[in-house]
Ligand binder design. Structure first.
Ligand code: GAR
Length: 208
């Protein structure tokens, strides 16, 4: 038996925009001994950042961090979501990734892609699911008079923002909060939560 540590799991991060969660995932993986249990090695590496938007701000951030990037625009595929997903899937397979982390990837997925990555695709959502799936989560939490908001990392299943919950982080909603101020507080919580949950998830995967 070798005592070599297991090689990190190759992860692709899918983005559509700013990519701040993606950056947090890369930073955690690239910090030596910066695993969530201090001094431990991270169980994953970000091998690919893929976007459906050519102008996603996160692409330049990923490239500056030395991570391979790819763009698979959805527009040329029109309404054929599955055809676009087949192109995305081909890029994921070419990169040899084992796990996919959605991080602000603003596409509704078809059962075809979800089925192909079942139990290996995670998503982060800016609410305490099952509360507030979909859009405008912060405005809805404030309008409901909630005392707390937060974020959820979950496995991706066919329903939008559904699927088994892997982890949540809570933040207070304070008097005078606007959707923008609450979004900022939740984002900070997301940046702590996602790397920790992804690391735990990859540690729990069966040896390949
Ligand atoms: C994040 O707040 C994420 O939770 C949300 O998009 C934002 C992306 O920000 N995702 C969803 O709403 C998915 N339903 P980022 O590009 O800075 O990571």
């Amino acid at each position: 038996m070798s005592s070599e540590p297991a090689p990190p799991i190759r992860v692709a991060v899918l983005i559509s925009g700013a990519g701040s969660n993606m950056a947090a995932l890369i930073d955690a993986a690239q910090t030596p001994g910066g695993g969530p249990e201090s001094g431990s090695e991270n169980s994953y590496e970000v091998a690919l950042v893929l976007s459906n938007m050519e102008d996603a701000g996160g692409l330049a951030i990923a490239a500056a961090k030395g991570v391979e990037t790819a763009v698979v625009p959805h527009r040329p595929f029109g309404n054929d979501r599955e055809a676009h997903e087949k192109a995305v899937d081909a890029a994921l397979r070419r990169a040899g990734v084992h796990v996919v982390a959605l991080a602000g990837y603003m596409r509704v997925l078809t059962p075809w892609l979800v089925g192909g990555w079942r139990d290996r695709m995670l998503n982060i959502h800016p609410s305490l699911l099952p509360l507030y799936p979909g859009l405008h989560t912060h405005a809805r939490a404030i309008a409901a008079g909630d005392a707390q908001a937060g974020c959820t990392v979950h496995l991706v299943t066919e329903g939008v923002d559904e699927g088994p919950i892997l982890g949540q982080a809570r933040v207070p909603i304070v008097p005078g909060d606007t959707p923008a101020s609450l979004a900022e507080r939740v984002k900070t919580a997301e940046h702590g939560l996602y790397p920790r949950v992804l690391d735990d998830f990859c540690k729990g995967l069966a040896p390949r």
